[in-house]
Design a protein around this ligand. Sequence first.
Ligand code: 13P
Length: 254
Amino acid sequence: MSRKLIIAANWKMNKGPAEVAAFLETFLGAAGELAEQADLVIAPNSLSIPTASALINDINPAIGLAAQTVSENENGAFTGETSTDMLKELFVNYVILGHSERRSIYGETNAQINAKIKKTLAADMTPIFCIGETLAEREGGQLEAVLSSQIKEGLEGVSDISNLVMAYEPVWAIGTGVTASAQQAQDTQKFCRSVVEELYGAEAAAAVRIQYGGSVKGANSAELLGQPDIDGALVGGAALEADSFLELIRNAVA
Ligand code: 13P
């Protein structure tokens, strides 16, 4: 089965509205044809989403817009949170969930991530569901157990994953300049797909797109995204500049 690549920029806590506008003024025009070859998504911080939304709608509506997290609750007394209703009003169509920074810095648990995935799916937006092991877990022989429980607990009670993207991000490769080798990433993502198959059957497992994330850049995107079980990238540092993100995308789709 051929799966369309999906390449997303996760800007984390970078770029206010002015910087987002400057990036998109370069990126949106240049990304025109590339957006036919791969699904392209940007994930600004929530304050910059209105600016991004307006520019995407004006210049290139094929580009996807993601939030970096969302509340699992309906509108109400949840100080500091953002709801799916608010994101939908701004035409956000993806939500990154379970990123390792949310897990490790803000203590998000598999159960909370599960609730957010359900809320996002119920709002007709696509979760980008992140999983990944630490170096200690990998070296301690727990790689498969950790990923398997993140996947199973994160998807508990989710009956349909046709509108869900996964992202495998080894924690030790995020922002470190250390990339998993293409073979390591391929082997691990093949394992993740086998867990999906156990839960949802062969057809769903063959259809689900799994991105790789962790120090992806122009110089390695072709090799990584050329692996059979790697269907895209979730990019931090190399997506902060329009030119380097465009180069990464061009090399991957070539
Ligand atoms: P880097 O590309 O900076 O390693 O970040 C990866 C990441 O965490 C994307 O979500």
